[in-house]
Design a protein around this ligand. Structure first.
Ligand code: ASP
Length: 304
């Protein structure tokens, strides 16, 4: 038997001091929700969904309510979820008008023969499943509208610089292992500010934004999506564990590999098959928290 564990992140970037408490409060609330679900169900999928929904509902984070606007002024969101027991995956990309994209991603996993649905097709599927769409206005917060209008004035928006500097990137993710050693991982995001309409990042792509395999590890990533995609960061970390590396070293090594290969800026959380958890990031800060079934281990803004 394994001691059930939870690890959660709320983005990796230069989180300004005045936003630290909002991030730690949001993560703590989500962790408490996760502990409650895990105690009741011992189900890692239900637990990651509960955690990610709590973070999507919290306007602090760039996922669900609080998502960034794209270049066209729309909210297009990406989310993905994986069960390490059977390697089942569900994802949605560039979905609009949905409060909790992670729920639709999981419905794709459970109810379709597919791994990913995008855009209008994903929204159509959500409606078929009885999920009520919401007006974009319900997903918008003033902070993101202001950022959008500021970016509209800039001539040459360099998205990668957001992760090194001032601009927010609060993608959310969770990894959970239950007492049987079943692992689930989930990631949800509004993507990057001012992305092109239709841009899909790393978060809904299996092996990049998330990965779970009970024989090695579960991983969720956050940061500059194009760099994470090109190095398949989540799968890289899981492969490290498969090759006998500890969760701690796998996190460190894969962030270092990504930095070296594509000069990426990102963070990741990981739980290996023994229940050891770890995280690492090369951004100035990362919002992260972890718990066992008995209570919270830590919630913090980790600094590089
Ligand atoms: N990785 C996300 C993306 O590029 C952004 C983030 O993690 O904040 O869409």
């Amino acid at each position: 038997m394994i001691k059930p564990k939870i690890i959660v992140h709320g983005g990796a970037w230069d989180i300004p001091a005045h936003m630290h408490k909002m991030h730690t409060d949001g993560i703590e609330k989500a962790l408490r929700k996760g502990i409650e679900i895990l105690q009741k169900t011992n189900d890692p999928i239900e637990t990651v969904i509960g955690i990610v929904c709590a973070l999507e509902d919290d306007p602090t984070f760039d996922a669900g309510k609080g998502s960034f606007l794209n270049e066209a002024g729309q909210v297009e969101m990406d989310a993905g979820i994986m069960h390490g027991k059977d390697l089942s995956v569900g994802a949605v990309a560039a979905i609009q008008n949905i409060r909790n994209p992670i729920i639709i991603a999981n419905l794709v996993r459970e109810k379709t023969q597919h791994v990913m649905l995008t855009g209008d097709g994903a929204l159509m599927f959500a409606k078929e499943q009885g999920v009520q769409p919401v007006d974009t206005i319900e997903l918008l917060v003033g902070r993101e509208k202001e950022l959008y209008h500021d970016l509209l004035k800039e001539k040459d928006v360099k998205i990668k610089s957001f992760f090194e500097m001032k601009h927010p990137s609060d993608t959310v993710g969770a990894v959970v292992i239950n007492s049987h050693g079943n692992i689930a991982a989930a990631t949800s995001t509004g993507g990057t500010p001012f992305k092109k309409a239709g841009r899909v990042g790393d978060s809904p792509i299996v092996g990049a934004g998330f990965y779970a395999d009970d024989t090695c590890a579960g991983v969720s990533t956050t940061g500059w999506g194009e760099g994470i995609l090109r190095t398949l960061l989540a799968r890289e970390a899981a492969d490290q564990v498969l090759n006998g590396t500890s969760a701690h070293d796998a996190a460190k090594k894969s962030i270092a590999i990504m930095k070296k290969k594509v000069n990426g800026d990102a963070g990741l959380i990981i739980i290996d098959k023994t229940g050891d958890y770890a995280f690492d990031h090369n951004t100035p800060f990362m919002a992260v928290g972890a718990a066992t079934i008995d209570g919270i281990d830590f919630v913090k803004i980790s600094s590089r």
